[in-house]
Design a binder for this molecule. Structure first.
Ligand SMILES: NC(=O)c1ccc[n+]([C@@H]2O[C@H](COP(=O)([O-])OP(=O)(O)OC[C@H]3O[C@@H](n4cnc5c(N)ncnc54)[C@H](O)[C@@H]3O)[C@@H](O)[C@H]2O)c1
Length: 101
């Protein structure tokens, strides 16, 4: 399966490493506010400057969000714009569900 990863800090790096070591898994696209570090930690993956760009990518089949909790919604909402099996885990109210990502 081809993965995307949003947030490559402490735990994101561990997850990227796990994907590298797992047969059948491949990290193909990444996004982080720190582009230099993201590119250094996942040189094999295509870097995306925005989460919208990453989710619009046809390269990945699943996305792992590894940003701090307050940015999970920000990271997940663009997924609802694309035709994927996406959930809105950050939506705790109807207003958030209806809001434009
Ligand atoms: N460190 C752990 O052992 C561990 C274990 C399990 C879960 N977690 C959870 O993982 C999350 C991240 O923790 P961490 O220790 O990796 O933090 P970290 O600060 O080391 O890394 C966070 C990364 O997210 C990036 N980031 C922050 N805001 C962003 C945004 N808006 N868009 C894109 N990228 C953004 C940062 O640039 C950084 O690279 C937290 O929710 C934490 O609770 C951490």
């Amino acid at each position: 399966m081809k993965f995307g990863l949003i947030g490559i800090g402490a735990i994101g790096s561990v997850r990227a490493s796990a994907l590298r070591r797992t047969k059948g898994c491949e990290l193909v696209v990444v996004h982080d506010l720190d582009a230099v570090r993201a590119r250094a930690l996942a040189p094999q993956a295509e870097f995306h400057a925005t989460v919208a760009s990453l989710f619009a990518s046809t390269e990945c089949e699943a996305v792992i969000i590894s940003t701090p909790p307050q940015f999970h919604e920000y990271a997940a909402m663009p997924a609802t714009r694309v035709s994927r099996n996406s959930k809105r885990p950050g939506c705790t109210t109807a207003e958030l569900w209806e809001a434009e990502p």
